[in-house]
Design a protein around this ligand. Sequence first.
Ligand code: ADP
Ligand code: SF4
Ligand code: MG
Length: 349
Amino acid sequence: MKPLLEVRDLDIAYSGSRGRMPFRRERADAVVRGVSFTVGANETVALVGESGSGKTTIARAIAGLLVPSRGQILFQDRDIGARVEQRSKELHREIQLVFQNPDSSLNPRRRIRSILDRPLRFFFRLSRRARRERIGELLQDVHLDPRYMHRFPRQLSGGERQRVAIAGALAAEPKLILCDEIVSALDVSVQANILDLLRELQAKRGISYLFIAHDLAVVRWLAQRVLVLYRGHVMEEGTSDEVFSRPFHPYTEMLLKSVPEPDVSRPLLAVAETDGRTDGVGWTGKGCPFSSLCPRHLGSICDEETPPRRRVSPTHALLCHIPPAELAAAQASLDSLGDGAASHRASGS
Ligand SMILES: Nc1ncnc2c1ncn2[C@@H]1O[C@H](COP(=O)(O)OP(=O)(O)O)[C@@H](O)[C@H]1O
Ligand code: SF4
Ligand SMILES: [Mg+2]
């Protein structure tokens, strides 16, 4: 079956100043490079990586807010990447974006009913009365009391506001929701409730998600497939089970080691042994993007040569000079590494 969304060899570069549209640049300036993946109907694909790895940039390109400098974005087999302004209303409706901070989408001066009324008015021809009914249903869909429609966002908790933001996306009856760190600011127990809600909505409505997180543990039981992003490159991709078991990409290994238990206050990356190599802020695009921090760094080959994308299985691939069998052998003592992520779920619910 054809995927719902297909991203092919995407490069995205920003022009010099923040906030301006990106335009065609040299590949070396791209903050997202050669990224390819698919999201199937009724599927959740997770995009994981630390801050600055390019997750939001990819989501914005799919949402039509940025024009990629290279590559293609296909939605239901149609190329939607090139001309943002040419996107149809239908396409805007079918792909919805939810952000980490619900306050960016919830106008503090409007009541919830007016916030949810906007997408309904914009996308559908419905009577006032039908819209009001629909708003009540949407709130129920995200497990909020319909009476919440009379409240202002500030009268809701962070988790409740995020539910309203999800209801706002649902109002459009989308096929794909891009969830950009939507649980990252919430407590672990509230996170688990929102993740449960996403799964329930998927089961009911067959929605697909591109679920973006900086915490691998959060995505383990939610996503069928996971992409691990570092400096705009997909370092590892596979099914959830594959990414959470050996061989791990050295960067995935580092991410998993840094979050043995759920603790949102913990820094994302453990301090790694890097033999005096410094963080590659000045990485020039040569060699492996992770070479300056990699605990399994091999030597000059990692600094000089672009690593190959090695297939472990038809669905699992690693970007590394170390062959998967060698990585797996070197990681023999790490068999339980992915399990911390499973306990995250157990303790969070
Ligand atoms: N508007 C912008 N202008 C210039 N650079 C940007 C802009 N937005 C993000 N960047 C840069 O692009 C890279 C990826 O950012 P982003 O996609 O926000 O990462 P993530 O969502 O993974 O934290 C970062 O290096 C960031 O500094
Ligand atoms: S290519 Fe080298 S630096 Fe990059 S992840 Fe593999 S071992 Fe580490
Ligand atoms: Mg981001």
